[in-house]
Design a protein around this ligand. Structure first.
Ligand SMILES: [Zn+2]
Length: 341
């Protein structure tokens, strides 16, 4: 097909891409990426000593849940079609080593048992870190005094191993180490196997950037560091090749799946990981990504539903099989609505 321009020149149009965009059904026929509720993971914040739901200010629509709210939450997620949750805990007390993380009666351990009782088939993923349980808010234990304290990698490993075993014993299907301590996946795999928890899978937060997008989470999980920041263990957002090295290392240490976080700012890493490995890849659409969309939607500047679904499909298109998102149950409901239209 050629077109004669006013100048008399002829122009050949090689691609008539619009042919396949003409109708809704044609677009559906050739759609490359489809979201499904089963690929979404809903994060849940468990609050010790609380009952019911307490809204999280910086994350509209998200709550901290008391244990008594979990049966209803399990029903809500099942009805929406979301089959997986990622648990974080807010303990009633904290100490310097984060001992609440591996307490047999800890808030997440109790939450796992309550969710399992409510829904036997729910996939329960438990975050493995110390920052919600340490008085200083860092992801590992400290070496040195407050002023110039550093995070002691190797001493933290044993505690992360204990935490993972405790969560597995409570009934978690998957443990998700997020502390960014070197060697954490190997230590956790060995600890799980030794404790007879060989069936517990590891979803490694392999590439976790020190991102400003985590801001609202720190309010939600009450886990802001008391001093300093996390840049000595979380990755520099400027580094992509390093992220691939971290992914390689976690796979070599025995990770069953890997996670990339945050999601939209790291789509290149999701695509890079997809080209590199055959294991399932998860991406975490973090609190700030969620809050930004919510805030713009509340102001009438963006369409909440359209932007949320577009962001999720972009994450899937980049290569993520699993998306952890605060839109979980809501997005699943939208997808079901779309499917029946
Ligand atoms: Zn942490």
């Amino acid at each position: 097909m050629s077109l004669t321009l006013e100048t008399g020149n002829t122009l050949r149009i090689a691609l008539r891409g619009r042919r396949l965009r003409r109708t809704r059904a044609l677009r559906g026929l050739v759609r490359e990426t489809r979201l499904h509720p089963e690929m979404l993971v809903q994060p849940i914040f468990l609050q010790a000593g609380a009952s019911g739901r307490e809204p999280i200010g910086a994350m509209p629509g998200q709550d901290r849940l008391g244990l008594d709210a979990l049966p209803e939450e399990a029903t809500r997620l099942r009805t929406a079609g979301v089959r997986s949750v990622l648990l974080f805990g807010l303990p009633s007390s904290k100490d310097t080593i984060g001992s609440g993380a591996w307490a047999a009666d800890g808030i997440v351990q109790a939450g796992i048992r309550a969710l399992r009782a409510a829904d036997r088939e729910l996939v329960i993923i438990a975050d493995v870190c110390l920052c919600e349980y340490t008085s200083h808010g860092h992801c590992g234990v400290l070496a040195g005094s407050d002023e110039d304290a550093t995070i002691d990698n190797d001493r933290s490993l044993e505690l992360l191993g204990r935490t993972a075993v405790s969560l597995a014993e409570a009934g978690a299907d998957i443990v998700a180490p997020s502390a960014m301590m070197d060697g954490q996946v190997a230590v956790i795999r060995a600890a799980l196997d030794e404790a007879g928890q060989a069936q517990t899978a590891i979803l490694a937060y392999a590439a976790k950037h020190a991102s400003a997008f985590y801001g609202p989470f720190r309010e939600a999980a009450d886990s802001a560091p008391a001093f300093g920041d996390r840049r000595s263990y979380q990755m520099d957002p400027a580094n992509g090749r390093e992220a691939l090295r971290e992914i390689d290392a976690d796979l070599a240490e025995g990770a069953d799946m890997i996670m990339i976080k945050p999601a939209l700012p790291s789509l290149d890493l999701v695509a890079g990981a997809r080209a590199r490995t055959t294991v399932p890849i998860a991406a975490y659409q973090v609190s700030g990504e969620y809050a930004a969309i919510c805030a713009a939607a509340t102001n009438g500047w963006l369409d909440r539903r359209a932007v949320a679904l577009e962001s999720l499909v972009a994450i899937a298109r980049a290569g993520a099989d699993i998306i952890v998102t605060y839109f979980g149950a809501e997005a699943a409901a939208w997808l079901r609505e779309d499917a029946t239209q």
